[in-house]
Design a protein around this ligand. Structure first.
Ligand code: NAD
Ligand code: UGA
Length: 464
């Protein structure tokens, strides 16, 4: 089988950028990206490249070059499956919010639905690629669904987890640290692996394409995210010690990270990690370990999440304590809502949890983010189900002008590390704030000494 046409089910943060880059780098391939959401597909097809559903630096340029050349976005899922020799599944795999495994296990219903559609439609052999992040041994279930409900054609299931980070997705896809491909070690399995290797080899050096058995590949993705998040929780736990001892967490992180065995990346202390994947994937790992009867292992990884929750609470409590123990009816300005800079994604952002705690204690929030609108902020708060939408609407206001957002506010709280915050006219902001003017820098991005000279009281993470 020679792969000439591929399709990707799921046009989200992974499916869209990943397939756009494959299409750009492989002009000989036809790439169809399909989704059940017409709204998302319409946005991918939008003439205005600022209206793409995913904001990523460099993405619009890639889409501009490949769209309608060999990259197509559509809701016609059946046709895309039928046409393709290789089908990627990149649908969402959120934490289950019902039934067995509620709150920990990954909800695989969307993946299973994809497998059933592929089985129903396929009239010729297909390679099915798991791009979504999945629990170890999911490929077995996918294979069973395909084989028992299909039309007798041959399906080869590969695992090809995605390691891109949002905000740098295009850069990460252009220059991946590695591409991981897991497959069966049978003759057909090896042939399928080599078809996928050939696609990536159009721009990724062969030595960076690592092939393994399917289970190692599935598990490695969860483990990679768990290790990354563990480093953040480790340094965040140390930030609490720093604040009590006059040590400086940035100095500690630099000193520790200079050891080449440890390395300097992912040691930036913060208000806590967010994003759709770290928490979900670690909870999934916790659940897998528990299901295997490995309770100590499960508890070990659970601590990574517990420290993250603790860090968010610690930060919100610090704001309240520093504002004389009460924030009732006080205006507080939040700068940033996205879970990190250079993305419009707000899933599991620490902003949601910090805002929620402040609102619970009576504060009026004025929030500004360069890429997130009021509707998204309110829907994030509503999804916590902690109070009615009407109460959230009264407690949180979006302010499109960051200076206006600061007028008569009792504190400015930095949640996301957007570069533009660094360049604001902080003297102007000082004059707008209620006094004493306080800044809570949840990302340690501002120049503390300069702000002190202006007159601010500034509270950082991991610095006394
Ligand atoms: P997403 O929610 O942005 O996109 C998923 C898309 O799948 C949605 O547009 C949804 O409408 C569509 N979909 C769901 N069921 C469908 C079906 N049956 N048929 C067609 N379309 C369907 O999710 P995402 O952030 O792109 O994540 C997708 C997967 O990739 C997850 O497993 C995630 O863990 C993993 N992942 C995400 C990232 C990231 O940075 N976001 C990075 C690496 C891996
Ligand atoms: C993460 C991984 O980095 C990707 O490799 C992986 O593919 C992806 O999850 C996924 O599976 O979804 P992402 O969540 O997009 O990527 O972004 P990160 O850069 O990892 O940041 C996650 C969170 O940790 C952000 O809130 C960020 O601000 C925070 N962070 C990151 C810190 O607080 N400190 C750090 O040192 C690094």
């Amino acid at each position: 089988m020679k792969v000439k046409t591929i399709c990707c089910i799921g046009a989200g943060y992974v499916g869209g950028p990943t397939m756009a880059v494959i299409a750009l780098k492989c002009p000989h391939l036809k790439v169809n990206v399909v989704d059940i959401s017409k709204e998302r597909i319409d946005a991918w097809n939008s003439k205005d490249l600022n209206s793409l559903p995913v904001y990523e630096p460099g993405l619009a340029d890639v889409v501009k070059k490949a769209r309608n050349r060999n990259l197509f976005f559509s809701t016609d899922i059946d046709n895309a499956i039928d046409e393709s020799e290789m089908i990627f599944i990149a649908v969402n795999t959120p934490t289950k919010n019902y039934g067995e495994g509620k709150g920990k296990a990954a909800d695989l219903k969307y993946v299973e639905l994809c497998a059933r559609s592929i089985a129903r439609v396929s009239k010729s052999d297909k390679i099915v690629v798991e791009k979504s992040t999945l629990p170890v041994r999911t490929a077995e279930a996918v294979q069973t669904v395909l084989d028992s409900t299909g039309n007798g054609v041959n399906f080869e299931v590969l695992s090809n987890p995605e390691f891109l980070a949002e905000g740098t997705a295009i850069e990460d896809l252009f220059k991946s640290d590695r591409v991981l491909i897991g497959g069966q070690q049978s003759k057909n399995g090896k042939r399928a692996i080599s078809e996928l290797v050939n696609i990536y080899a159009n721009w990724i050096p062969r030595e960076k394409i690592y092939t393994t058995n399917v289970w190692s590949s599935e598990l490695s993705k969860l483990v990679a995210n768990a290790f990354l998040a563990q480093r953040i929780s480790s340094i965040n736990s140390i930030s609490a010690i720093c604040e009590a001892t006059e040590a400086d967490v940035e100095e500690v992180a630099t000193a520790v990270g200079m050891d080449s065995r440890i390395g300097s990346k992912f040691l930036k202390s913060s208000v806590g990690f967010g994003g759709s994947c770290f928490q979900k994937d670690i909870l999934n790992l916790v659940y897998i370990a528990q299901s295997l009867g490995l309770n100590q292992v499960s508890e070990y990884w659970h601590q990574v999440i517990k420290i993250n929750d603790y860090q968010r609470q610690r930060f919100a409590k610090k704001i309240m304590n520093s504002l004389f123990g009460t924030i009732s009816e006080k205006k507080i300005t939040l700068f940033g809502w996205a879970f990190k800079k250079n993305t419009n994604d707000t899933r599991e952002s620490s902003a949601i949890y910090v805002a929620d705690m402040l609102i619970e204690n009576g504060a009026n929030i004025c929030a500004y983010d360069p890429k997130v609108n009021e509707q998204q902020m309110l829907s994030d708060l509503d999804n916590l189900n902690n109070r009615t939408s009407d109460i959230n609407k009264t407690a949180l206001n979006f302010c499109p002008d960051p200076y206006e957002a600061c007028k008569n506010s009792h504190a400015v709280v930095i949640i996301t590390e957007w570069d533009e915050f660094i360049n604001y006219d902080w003297s102007k902001i000082y004059n707008l704030l209620s006094k004493p003017a306080k800044i809570f820098d949840g990302r340690n991005i501002l120049d503390k000494e300069k702000l002190k000279v202006i007159g601010f009281e500034i509270y950082s993470i991991g610095k006394s």
